[in-house]
Design a protein around this ligand. Structure first.
Ligand code: GLY
Length: 416
């Protein structure tokens, strides 16, 4: 089978690596890879999604796997499908479950999916009316604000005070994130452990992967701004009472998708919080998480492409996934200044030696570029280090030499 992997992050690097190891693969093609993993496959150059669809037909690509949210919400799957190309990824309509927090909440409400109460703020006039009434009604201590649209993981704010929240609402509605924050969701704050539940949907069956967890905050002790994720591990140990609720929720989600005639084949990531009142869904991402995918695919023993072939053939009810018994870990190494203004262009000096020294640690590239024979950092999250041995990950990263290296030193100590 010929496969295309679309995307440039560490998530797509590990996807491409796993696919490259599959006995079902004939040729691997890559769309927009970064320079750290482009040699894993044949590069497909294209100018837009229509051009990409034509190239997929030219190269006889049997399956295209779309990693990031932007192309999904811009309709890449609809276009590829209209050219007869099978895809793993949500179509434009269902990717709205990620690209509009309001759409997602309305979907959850319609299908009685457990989630916290919310209100939609569309204008500055709403601040003194709908917002104030919402705060009164739910006696909020902390207030959660979410920009409606895609903000690369940076559009969620937890405010300790009503006045601070009002000011933040004004900034958001004024277009802090452009169109993405012209509408804002106000939500009840929930206390509890968060887990990521990534499932694969084939139009009939929702197949869950292991429970995983990422660390969203930039600084130690879960402080600082939200990021795309500074690390992840799996599996997360979850109490039986929550497991039952999660199973019930998955059934509800599967039925909801079928009722809505969801005919895409792709991943759905449910961000869950385990509260004393039971589980609640915080958000949906219509794709594999980054960096959760790096931990999950490190642990996965079943041939990843085989799973995707089962999904393509709508046979996910007939496959059982095998996972490594050990916990797997992923640490994100970023550049100082991430997520606001990462410093880029530092040479990463001693990767080869460290890979030799720590053979049990795998390196996946997110934002790097090559200049002659040098490897340079080229963005916020630079690389992911994955292993079953968390101590070796930390030894590796301590010894790694690049000038503006930043990583969290406190991960994987307390695991739920
Ligand atoms: N780790 C969260 C995300 O992929 O958006």
């Amino acid at each position: 089978m010929n496969v295309l992997v679309y995307g440039s992050g560490a998530r797509e690097h590990i996807i491409a690596k796993k696919i490259s190891q599959s006995k079902f693969l004939s040729r691997l093609f890559l769309a927009n890879p970064n320079e750290g993993f482009k040699d894993l496959g044949e590069m497909v150059k294209f100018c837009d999604f229509y051009d990409l669809a034509k190239k997929c037909n030219e190269y006889k690509i049997d399956l295209a796997i779309i990693g990031p949210e932007e192309p999904l919400s811009n309709g890449i799957v609809d276009i590829l499908n209209s050219y007869g190309i099978s895809t793993i990824g949500a179509n434009k309509h269902f990717s709205t479950l990620e690209s509009s927090k309001i759409f997602a909440k309305k979907f959850m409400k319609k299908y009685n999916i457990p989630t916290s109460h919310f209100e939609i703020i569309n204008s500055k006039e709403d601040i003194d009316t709908k917002f104030v009434e919402f705060i009164k009604k739910y006696n909020q201590t902390k207030i959660v604000l979410k920009a409606d649209g895609l903000c690369k993981g940076k559009g969620v704010f937890i405010c300790d005070d009503v006045e601070v929240a009002k000011e933040k609402l004004k900034t958001l509605l004024n277009g802090e994130f452009g169109e993405a924050s012209k509408k804002v969701l106000v939500e009840q704050y929930q206390e509890g452990d968060e887990i990521s539940l990534i499932s694969l949907f084939d139009g009939k069956t929702l197949l869950p992967f292991l429970y995983s967890q990422d660390y969203k905050r930039l600084y130690e002790n879960n402080l600082g701004p939200n990021t795309g994720g500074m690390g992840a591990y799996c599996p997360v140990i979850v109490e039986d009472k929550y497991k039952n609720q999660i199973d019930e929720y998955l059934k509800k989600l599967q039925e909801a998708l079928i009722s809505e005639k969801a005919d895409f084949i792709g991943f759905i990531y449910s961000g869950l919080i385990l509260t004393y009142n039971g589980i609640k869904v915080l958000e949906y991402n219509m794709r594999l998480g980054d960096p959760e995918t790096q931990a999950l695919l490190t642990s996965l023993k079943t041939d990843f492409l085989k799973i995707l072939i089962y999904a393509k053939n709508k046979n996910l009810d007939k496959i059982k996934l095998k996972w490594n018994d050990k916990k797997s870990y992923c640490l994100v190494v970023s550049s100082k200044g991430y997520p606001q203004q990462p410093i880029i262009g530092d040479e990463i000096l001693n990767l080869k030696e460290l890979k030799q020294k720590y053979k049990n640690v795998d390196v996946y590239f997110a934002n790097v570029k090559k200049k002659e024979d040098k490897l340079l950092s080229n963005g916020g999250r630079v690389l992911s280090l994955c292993s079953f041995n968390k101590n070796d990950i930390y030894k590796f990263v301590n010894e790694l030499i690049f000038k503006n290296k930043y990583y969290r030193k406190d991960l994987f100590k307390v695991e739920a």
